[in-house]
Design a protein around this ligand. Structure first.
Ligand code: DUC
Ligand code: ZN
Ligand code: ZN
Length: 463
């Protein structure tokens, strides 16, 4: 009787550093052998002609997040993790949002209740700190960090979420003391409000003006300020969803100075531009996200950031709202002004195929950088490595098997999320995840869901 539950045979394995042909032996949900002729197993998966990659880790997704009166996020944990599995992901990190006046501990309890038994793949939570009271800063946050919630996001914009510089410094100081990492949404709140009010006075309220209300200086200034605040406290930060060259250069400069600043960008900043917000009628609302998609020069800058290592993280920022739905993009208020259109677009299932096709197939990045940007670096940055994010002896058997030649035209029905559209409808890609396995159990095979929503487990992380 063989010692393996499963052997993946004949594939080409790639990690963030190496590419090699070998079989992968799995037992009890872990990788226990890499080699040739591993012998018989309970099950053999033939991966001839396929790539065997660490499952994607998407460290920036939003599921079941409270999104304001009358607005409902399109994905809960079940549909969100299902869609993630179809896109070759094995772990996601969604955000647990603290609302003003709410205890952070209570927010975490409620978020666990939403996720419990409803995840196809593994999850860890970031926290969003919206109300940094003395109780939160002095007790709840340090205790939660100890319990495995070792990263949290702060916002420099949005009603009810934006923190003052003083508050950001207080939160960063807790991270400094406890070894946590701070993610920053860097856009200047007052500048956006000023520009939005002015546009509305001029009657410029259609979705395209969303981009006009948050131009590049709004993001560049806040990026600079966020980095400066982190420098004062000497804490590691991630500048999330970076959309353009000027913000990217702020990060590059900080990295060159030796500051612990990580950069993240997302598919929308490679594939979309503000022209997409121009659609007929309200169609542009489908592309409303923040920061907004920019222009071809900004897309090029984001590619350079990925190629040169300024960006170590490529995440989806999956933040889904249905389009044709009064609880989605087109709420009664959303129809009156871009100001009220929920910010965010879906993308957890399309992140990997887009970067593989546009990046690896088109020779902008190599396969090892693809693995680093989509899996390994996420695990390393957020305290999941080496259990997650690579293929090595002893790691969780979290694997995506890809057909690198398969040509697919992206249509929404392939993505299995809770939304009613994809911003990438009709995009042709080469390379597609054919099988997703979490801790040795197949969740998705050949476009069919074969896993169950009780398989995903919660991952507590080390700081
Ligand atoms: N920031 C995010 O990270 N996601 C969606 C909306 C936003 O502003
Ligand atoms: Zn954000
Ligand atoms: Zn986000």
């Amino acid at each position: 009787m063989s010692g393996f539950d499963l052997v993946i045979r004949g594939g080409r394995v790639a990690t963030a550093s190496d590419t090699f042909d070998c079989d992968v032996g799995i037992r009890d949900g872990r990788i226990v052998a890499l080699g040739h002729d591993l012998g018989a197993a309970g099950e053999v998966i033939d991966a001839t002609g396929r790539l065997v990659l660490p499952g994607g880790i998407d460290s920036h997704v939003h599921f079941a997040q409270p999104s304001g009166p009358g607005v409902v996020m399109a994905d809960d944990f079940e549909s969100g993790t299902r869609s993630a599995a179809f896109g070759g992901n094995t772990t996601v990190l969604p955000f647990c949002l603290q609302e003003k006046g709410q205890s952070l501990r209570e927010a975490v309890r409620l978020y666990h209740a939403k996720a419990e038994g409803r995840c196809y793949i593994d999850v860890a939570f970031h926290l969003i700190v919206a109300d940094p009271t003395p109780q939160v800063l002095g007790q709840e946050l340090p205790a939660l960090i100890k319990d495995g919630y070792s990263s949290f996001k702060v916002f420099m914009t949005y009603e009810g979420l934006a923190l003052s510089d003083r508050e950001i410094l207080e939160v960063m100081a807790v991270a400094r003391e406890t070894g946590a990492i701070v993610m920053v949404h860097a856009e200047n709140y007052d500048a956006i409000r000023f520009l939005t009010d002015r546009l509305e006075r001029l009657g410029q309220t259609t979705p395209r003006f969303h981009a006009t209300s948050r131009p590049i200086p709004v993001e560049r200034e806040a990026t600079h300020r966020a980095i400066s605040l982190a420098e004062l406290v000497d804490v590691p930060v991630v500048i999330v969803h970076v959309s353009n060259r000027e913000a990217m250069e702020e990060i590059r400069r900080a990295q060159a100075k030796g500051l612990k600043v990580h950069g993240e960008t997302c598919p929308q900043y490679l594939m979309l531009t503000e022209a997409d917000l121009d659609g007929l009628g309200m169609e542009g609302a489908k592309y409303v996200c923040s920061p907004p998609p920019r222009d071809p020069a900004s897309q090029q800058a984001c590619w350079e950031g990925l190629q040169q290592g300024v960006f170590s993280l490529f995440s989806s920022d999956h933040c889904p709202f249905r389009y044709d739905d009064p609880e989605g993009k087109l709420t009664p208020k959303g129809r009156t002004s871009f100001r009220w259109v929920p910010n965010g677009i879906p993308g957890v299932a399309t992140r990997l195929p887009i970067l593989f096709s546009e990046g690896v197939v088109k020779d902008r990045i190599d396969l090892n950088r693809f693995v680093a940007l989509t899996s390994t670096n996420h695990a390393k940055t957020y305290g999941l490595y080496p259990r997650k994010g690579t293929i090595a002896i002893g790691t969780d058997a979290d694997i995506a098997i890809w057909d690198p030649q398969r040509k697919v035209t992206i249509t929404h029905d392939l993505l299995h999320d809770g939304s009613d559209y994809t911003p990438y409808e009709g995009l042709e890609v080469t390379g597609w995840p054919m099988l997703t396995m979490v801790r040795g159990r197949v969740v998705m095979r050949d476009g069919e869901l074969v896993g169950t929503a009780d398989h995903g487990s919660f991952l507590a992380r080390s700081a």
